[in-house]
Design a protein around this ligand. Structure first.
Ligand code: MLT
Length: 409
């Protein structure tokens, strides 16, 4: 008899964004004439930079010829891309090429990384949080069940709310694995170098590891906000970093990202012996992955050309302009909002102290706008709501006009 992974029973039936997609699809089916503006899941609307699609076409042509055809590539990624990443993202940060692993997405990396850690590690997540960190640990059996307060047993929740200015405080109980995402998903807020250093020092002191999701680092515009955790002294001993091309070059559908695991980051076996996490991850990658396709890696390489970087910058500025429109509208409407400056996400306080799923229903049904209810990101997200700046400018303006009219009634 086939036995299932019982941990799945502890999970909510649907992944947050699938749940929302289902609700929206149902509403649209029942109201086919309504124009719904989607500001829920952080999916981009700007097309790929031209240099990327050109690189893909060229790569496809190469695959057509026996002389230039390529089969299996290196599981860790082609050197041509790893070198470009080093040069452009980690210059002077002391990272080596073989500490970079190319992948098919930061979501997959964040989920897969748990393979190399023991089940009895205690995880800490910020609350609210990108649901992947928690869900993948529930699946792996690293948590207990969900309690009545919406929190899982055996997980350390670190609140990030207005009260602490969205700066996570060190927890009372020491975690083994600490998930940090900055610029933050979902709140859109950031940490300064000093604020992040507190966590790096803490992880060093306690032999913990920080899993640092930097998927939104390209949106940082303010000084003194780290674009990589390795800008912080000591981080190379305790941090693994995830980065992605999804939200910068529009690769949400193309799929390409990378994870950085410095060789200096160590873990410990049951007897306290030191183990090298870079080698363990390499072992895992070689067993479970055959690398990102050659075509996609050539497209990612093209991002680092002069034209590619300009297009990416233009895209980011385009989304930032949308974020500004959203923030201004919310201000006009007297709604408190956070983020949206170094991030594509705007985290707003639900008007009249309302519940986030009620606000979701109201916006969908009365204003035909889709956002993400804060509660979906964790108990401390209740009372908040996330909007993304990833739609087109026209739709963003229209959505904000609709919202303004609705709230003024
Ligand atoms: C989000 O909306 O939070 C993101 O799009 C999710 C993701 O990148 O997987």
């Amino acid at each position: 008899m086939i036995k299932i992974n019982e941990n799945f029973k502890k999970m909510k039936p649907n992944y947050l964004f699938s749940n929302i997609a289902k609700k929206v699809a149902k509403y649209q089916e029942e109201n086919p004439d309504k124009k719904i503006i989607k500001m829920g899941i952080g999916d981009v609307t700007r097309p790929l930079p031209k240099v990327c699609t050109q690189a893909m076409k060229k790569a496809a042509d190469e695959l057509e010829n026996a002389e230039t055809f390529r089969g299996y590539g290196p599981e860790q990624g082609y050197d041509f891309l790893r070198e470009k990443i080093l040069e452009n993202e980690y210059k002077d940060l002391g990272i080596d090429k073989d500490e970079i692993f190319i992948s098919d997405g930061a979501k997959c990396d964040c989920g897969n990384i748990v393979d190399i850690f023991a089940k009895n590690n205690k995880i800490a997540i910020t609350d609210p949080v990108y649901p992947v960190y928690l869900d993948t640990n529930i699946m792996a059996g690293r948590t207990g069940i969900c309690k009545d307060n919406g929190m899982y047993e055996n997980v350390i929740y670190i609140p990030m709310t207005e009260e602490n200015n969205f700066v996570p405080l060190l927890p009372k109980e020491v975690p083994d694995i600490i998930y940090l995402c900055f610029p933050n998903n979902p709140t859109g807020t950031v940490l300064t170098k000093d604020e992040l250093k507190v966590w790096v020092d803490y992880a060093r002191k306690n032999k913990s590891i920080i899993l640092f999701d930097a998927a939104y680092c390209a949106f940082i515009e303010e000084e003194n906000i780290p674009k990589s955790i390795y800008e912080i002294e000591g981080a190379k001993d305790v941090a693994i970093e995830f980065k992605s091309y999804s939200k910068t070059a529009g690769f949400t559908g193309v799929r390409c990202a990378y994870v950085v695991i410095p060789k200096t980051v160590k873990g410990y076996d049951e007897n306290g012996n030191v183990e090298d996490l870079n080698s363990m991850w390499n072992r895992r990658v070689c067993t479970k992955f055959n690398g990102v396709s050659y075509i996609v890696q050539r497209a990612a390489e093209a991002i680092y050309t002069k034209e590619g970087m300009k297009e990416v910058k233009d895209n980011i500025n385009y989304y930032k302009e949308n974020a500004k429109i959203i923030l201004e509208t919310l201000k006009e409407c007297g709604i408190k909002a956070y983020g949206g400056k170094n991030s594509p996400y705007i985290w707003l306080k639900v008007p009249n102290s309302g519940k986030s799923w009620d606000f979701f229903d109201t916006l969908l049904e009365k204003v035909n706008i889709v956002g993400t209810p804060g509660e979906g990101f964790g108990p401390s997200g209740e009372g908040y709501f996330r909007l993304t700046a990833f739609n087109t400018k026209e739709n963003t303006i229209e959505a904000m006009e609709r919202l303004k009219n609705f709230l003024s009634k």
